[in-house]
Design a protein around this ligand. Structure first.
Ligand code: ATP
Length: 429
């Protein structure tokens, strides 16, 4: 097999058949207008690494939106055109295929979004983050099956190295600092020596990046199979201090993520943020959340987690009643309870948090308000009080059955109930 057919053959073997059919249609349409189409970026990297790839990027040296509209999409594939960006996405069963026009980029100032204009494939590759992501495979004409690899991506992949394309890469776009660590840990690669020192030099450039963009890269880390690896590694090379001085090494993070995954998989993003910020105090965490322009759901789970930590004392007290555990935790997001469980050091607190998550939060009396009214309770605030006493009795196991609940309600209605609850407990039905 020649080098040219080898890459196309790899693509035939590794990409989903429906995606291949779309790629073939796009290549035929591009060839008929004499424009060049390429597979680019992560898909080329993953094909060379023998890793599965379901996010496929195509680049056309021409108008990508017109091409996408020409080929349309098949029965099970949806076509989404992003006119403003000049790109189109086709989503099929388990894969997504992006089609963009080749473009060149220039950065007016560090961290700014780049100015974009149409360009050739080499220019499109030059705007990319690392050599391993800056390769393309031709799909049309004379370039069909040939690899475009101007910066030695293949050799860096063979040597398992992450290398930037030029010395200003992290200055132009400091989100690449987080991307470098994420790829390094996902692929088991190393940072090439001069890339490692540029990364160290440019950590302060994270200041030039908006909160939203940093948060999107953090989200990508959290969506990795084992996010703790990149989080710990970034702490080791002091990346987090570029985000906020209170964030530092994360030697404890692997344990926290492992314990959280035992409770929920996949981990929801707000919970990941709660683990990430769990060692900060409220003021520090609020500063990081503001820096990241965090949406309210993330802010709530992070701050709830810190509030639960602040009440860890009562939660780990011997003999704390189930109803007290319930009352302490019911106002907090369940994700925050999981984050607290995953980071708690005290085994009694862990046991109580687990009891809340697995059982107490679901306990409800069988009798409802209208049942109590039928039994003679007056609608109004007193009814709510009766219901919550009944709920507490159920949580504490003082009543277990519907008949037991009815008995307690009758006692309470006769005015003797609460005083006589101990008796009710002794005679649990
Ligand atoms: P994965 O999805 O596996 O994380 P990917 O390569 O598909 O990897 P995306 O974040 O979807 O990653 O980006 C697609 C491509 O766009 C990358 O391969 C890379 O070439 C380029 N890219 C993305 N972000 C940047 C950036 N900040 N600077 C330069 N190039 C980037």
């Amino acid at each position: 097999m020649t080098a040219t057919t080898r890459l196309l053959d790899l693509a035939r073997k590794r990409l989903p058949p429906d995606a291949l059919e779309l790629i073939d249609r796009a290549a035929a349409a591009a060839a008929s207008t004499g424009t060049s189409l390429y597979l680019v970026g992560g898909v080329v990297r993953d094909l060379l690494l023998g890793r599965p790839c379901l996010d496929i990027d195509l680049v056309l040296e021409g108008d990508a939106v017109s091409l996408a509209q020409d080929i349309g999409a098949g029965d099970s594939t949806r076509l989404l055109v992003h006119q403003a960006f000049g790109t189109a996405t086709m989503r099929g069963e388990g894969f997504s295929l992006d089609l963009a026009s080749a473009r060149s980029e220039t950065y007016a100032r560090p961290g700014a979004l780049p100015a974009v204009k149409p360009g050739a494939i080499e220019e499109d590759l030059f705007r990319r983050d690392f050599t391993m992501n800056a390769m393309a495979i031709g799909l049309t004409g004379k370039g069909r099956g040939k690899i475009v690899d101007p910066w030695g991506g293949q050799s860096d992949i063979e040597n398992r190295l992450i290398r930037v394309l030029h010395d200003r890469s992290f200055v132009d776009d400091a989100t690449r600092i987080l991307r470098a660590v994420r790829y390094e840990q996902r692929l088991g690669f190393g940072l090439e020596a001069s890339t490692a020192s540029l990364l160290q030099r440019d950590i302060p450039m994270l200041n030039t990046i908006t909160g939203d963009r940093i948060r999107h890269e953090l989200d990508r880390i959290f969506r990795e199979e084992l996010p703790e690896r990149a989080l710990r590694r970034a702490g080791e090379v002091r990346v987090w201090s570029g985000l906020h001085p209170s964030l530092d090494r994360m030697d404890w993070i692997a344990d926290a993520f492992r314990r959280a995954r035992e409770a929920i998989t996949p981990l929801p993003l707000p919970l990941c943020y709660a683990l990430f910020l769990s060692h900060l105090d409220k003021e520090q965490a609020s500063a990081v959340l503001t820096r990241l322009s965090a949406p309210s759901e993330i802010t709530r789970v992070v701050l709830d987690t810190l509030a639960i930590s602040a009440s860890m004392g009562p939660l780990s007290t011997a003999g704390v009643k189930p109803s007290q555990i319930y009352l302490m935790l019911r106002g907090f997001s369940p994700q925050a309870v999981v984050a607290s469980l995953a980071t708690a050091g005290d085994w009694a607190a862990v046991r109580n948090l687990h009891l809340y998550l697995s059982k107490l939060r679901y306990v409800r009396p069988s009798l409802r308000g209208d049942d109590l009214v039928r039994m003679g309770a007056k609608p109004g605030p007193g009814l709510g009080e009766l219901l919550s006493k009944l709920h507490r009795a159920k949580l504490d196991g003082e009543v277990r059955t519907k008949a037991g609940e009815a008995k307690l309600v009758r006692l309470m209605l006769s005015g003797r109930g609460i005083k006589r609850r101990r008796k009710a407990k002794r005679t649990t039905t």
